[in-house]
Design a protein around this ligand. Sequence first.
Ligand code: NAP
Length: 290
Amino acid sequence: MDKIISSQQQYGLIGFPVKHSFSGFMHNAAFSALKMDASYELFEVKPEELKGFLSTLAQKNIYGLNVTIPHKEKVIEFLDKQSFEVREIGTANTIRVTGEGKLEGFNTDYSGFCRHIEELRIHIHKVALLGAGGAAKAIAVAIALAVAGKGKIELAIYDIDRERSFALAQRLTLMKPGCIAYAVDKIEDLKIKDKDILINATPIGMEEEDPCLVKEEMLHQNLFVYDLIYNPPQTKLLTLAKNRGLRWSNGLMMLLYQGALAFKLWTQREAPEKIMLEALQKEVKKWSNL
Ligand code: NAP
């Protein structure tokens, strides 16, 4: 008997490990709302399996992928085409598979962050950034090239991995004339009191036992606090900001906007954002009540 090959379009996330992702909830809700025969799955792909996995996407009926740790940089060598953002940042978090089986790379974290910041109407010229990993790079480049416009930018970066923060600061300085980017050795040296916005792009805050990386006395009344974490919806850092009466945001809208853009890139259809947001909120609520 002939094997029945499913015509269902496959999408998904590759990483190792791939737990902690909410992307499947929003994309599967979107496929279902638009009555598309498509599904989003989590693919656990070890570093040594990456090349083999990417070479068999057509056989697996895979049309699009999100990419997470540890593959965001490594995938670039397998791409046939890279967006401007991917070239500038050096990481891709979204891949589109074309009809000819070619792989095109994008960084929708960049665009998702830009869109949300624009919507929040935050004045960003002086930034304190916690983290220099995949998401932090996308955000720092977005601030340097898009969010701050023609204005001067000062970006202070702290990461537990000193080399990573120094490398990011150097990249930003070379990328944009007028961008003063520097790495610091301790959080106190970020001089948050002198900044417009504090951004947490580390995973610290995801676990209940995680500390709050900054102390209350480091903050000031006009500071905006943006935490990329969306689960839990209010980290200790955001609770601190809220209790001090500061403006703040978690990473849920950035997650939605980067996902909506990926959806459009993959399917050429407008993403049903309201439905995707509801799916995300439902999951966040479920997890918070555990
Ligand atoms: P990543 O590539 O692992 O980067 C995190 C960076 O933070 C690493 O360089 C890590 O260093 C550093 N770090 C860890 N603990 C630290 C500490 N105590 N102080 C200073 N730096 C520390 O992770 P990512 O992909 O950028 O993700 C970071 C966070 O952003 C995660 O919580 C993720 O869920 C979130 N995120 C949200 C969105 C969204 O759409 N809202 C999108 C992307 C990411 P080590 O590697 O040495 O630990």
